[in-house]
Design a protein around this ligand. Sequence first.
Ligand code: C2E
Ligand code: CA
Ligand code: CA
Ligand code: CA
Length: 279
Amino acid sequence: AKSEGKAAYHFFEPSLDEEARKRRQMELDMRMALRDGGFELYYQPLYGAVEEELKGFEALIRWFHPELGFISPAEFIPLAEETGLIIPIGEWVLREACQQAATWPGELSVAVNISPKQFASPGLSQTIMQALAHGELSPKRLELEITESIFIANVEKTLSTLHSLRALGVRIALDDFGTGYSSLSYLRSFPFDKVKIDRSFVQAISKEVNAHAVIRAITTLAEALGMETLAEGVEQEDQLEVLRREGCRYIQGYLFGKPTPAADLGNIFGDVNDKSKRL
Ligand code: C2E
Ligand code: CA
Ligand code: CA
Ligand code: CA
């Protein structure tokens, strides 16, 4: 029996090894990308749902690996979280986003994703202050997107972090709303400026009869709590119609624009209020 167990172990070993080796390599590659300017920010436009006016952009990190090509943030951000690399990567994102947003016309805002580990790190307020100062960006033009996973941590600590961030004058949005933990009870106790309705609810509009009612429940609740709403992943006109009718304030999705390199945003600034330019 002993030798059988050993054989089984040997059988699985190579794939575990291979997995670990790939992760180590990716970690090294992320360090290199950070050092050599291998990351880039793309920006996806956010529009008013009714007036279809451009309000700002969400910054989304992109990594074009020298050998492997495009690697999705959905793949490398979780590894960056685990290894702690998310801290320096997040600092770079904040600095870059503030600096680029400061060059945009008018009062356009920039939304930056803050991962759970970054949110819990003691240096976050300081990092944000420095990024704003370095880019000479007004704090009211910066919005931080955090997910419901921050609620797992100590409630008092989470609340005090949220309050100290808001004291900087930045805005805070709850990302991927509806996908996480006890959303409704927490929403009431935390000072969010905006709720981002997860793409899954938007996609349900074309498929499920009750989807309208769920959207309405969220927008009604958010309004009662003094929070704005944005719907993510809007791809179709019928989704936009429903979201408008149910009182959603802002829209983001391929219907209005994909994530775009900073250098190409000029076209989008020019398209303000031009419905014919929809994708
Ligand atoms: P997220 O914050 O929920 O970002 C929205 C994602 O939905 C983006 O994927 C965006 O490209 C995609 N998207 C936007 N509109 C549509 C649409 O109409 N249809 C569909 N199917 N998808 C749409 P992306 O850029 O691949 O980013 C994935 C996730 O990676 C983000 O989800 C966020 O959690 C994370 N991420 C991206 N950039 C950063 C960053 O700078 N820092 C951190 N911590 N996380 C980031
Ligand atoms: Ca986001
Ligand atoms: Ca989201
Ligand atoms: Ca998401």
